[in-house]
Write a protein that binds this ligand. Structure first.
Ligand code: ADP
Ligand code: MG
Length: 270
């Protein structure tokens, strides 16, 4: 088994953020995690990457319980599963290439980092990755000068610098307009297909999960209440995940409801 999340629980005070969650991934997949706000999606991702400790359970990657790692081994794991965030988390005033090179920080000496000295090979690699994501011409600009969609691609490039086995994306398109959202999702899809990396993305809209992911995990009140293919994600199931109230139509986009039973094909990148 590549990744297995086994009976993982996270309690904050009296609040059970993730409640006995389990799922297994046999080979690299593109997985979407959906559910209303507060369902536990971010906490689940953050436990995988060890940004948040689990209260109970095990998370095994190739058999090794990553929740037990400490020190250098824990940092190596964190480098193996890169995180991408809704707000990009770039250094706004720093140029794009330097932001991407930050993805190599865990193997730089403190002095080299302080003086912004990066090996030439890393700089070329950073530019290659930017090229692949279609934003090489932005390399010398400050991150803050880029559009949201471009900034998120810089964040993906920074993640790729780590050469991660898994990319964990927490609402990667929630701040983007529909066109940029599509570009970013297509980039993640390509990285999954071409590099064979696993992608686990928390997504706030159903149709995005259905369109780009091979597998969808639905969370409600900390529990995994659905785990299946986009085709299995029917209107009834979606109502169960989101609750049959206003938040369902809010969480699903306007197009999602009509097309719910006819999954989209993933488009070829332009
Ligand atoms: N650091 C924290 N301290 C206390 N409660 C938290 C913390 N992080 C998350 N929670 C709570 O855990 C629950 C799940 O949150 P979260 O994982 O952020 O959900 P989602 O990402 O699906 O919106 C929520 O009730 C939230 O308030
Ligand atoms: Mg969240």
């Amino acid at each position: 088994m590549l990744l297995s999340v086994e009976n993982v629980t996270r309690i904050f005070g009296r609040n059970v953020a993730v409640d006995n969650a389990s799922f297994r991934v046999a080979k690299p997949a593109m997985i979407g995690v959906i559910g209303r706000s507060g369902a536990g999606k971010s906490t689940l991702l953050r436990m995988i990457n060890r940004l948040t400790d689990a209260t109970e359970g095990a998370i095994r990657f190739e058999g090794c319980d990553v929740l037990k790692l400490t020190g250098a081994q824990k940092r190596a794991w964190q480098s193996d599963c890169a995180m991408i965030f809704q707000q990009f988390n770039l250094v706004p005033r720093l140029d794009v290439v330097s932001n991407v090179l930050h993805g190599t920080l865990n193997r730089q000496s403190a002095a080299a980092t302080f003086f912004n000295l990066y090996p030439r090979a890393d700089i070329y690699r950073a530019i290659d990755i930017l090229e692949r994501l279609g934003i090489a011409e932005q390399a010398a600009k400050r991150a803050e000068a880029l559009s949201g969609g471009q900034q998120q691609r810089v964040a993906i490039a920074r993640a790729l610098m780590q050469d991660p086995r898994i990319i964990l994306a927490d609402e990667p398109i929630a701040s983007l307009d529909p066109m940029n959202a599509q570009v970013v999702m297509q980039a993640l899809r390509r990285i999954h297909e071409e590099d064979g990396r696993m992608v686990i993305a928390n997504l706030h809209t159903l149709d995005t999960a259905r369109r780009y992911c091979d597998r969808v995990i639905g969370m409600r009140d900390g529990r995994i209440v659905f785990d299946g293919t986009p085709g299995q994600l029917t209107t009834g199931v979606a109502r169960d995940i989101y609750g049959a109230d206003a938040s369902f139509s809010e969480a699903a986009t306007s197009t999602a409801i009509e097309t719910l039973d006819t999954p989209h094909q993933v488009e070829e990148p332009a």
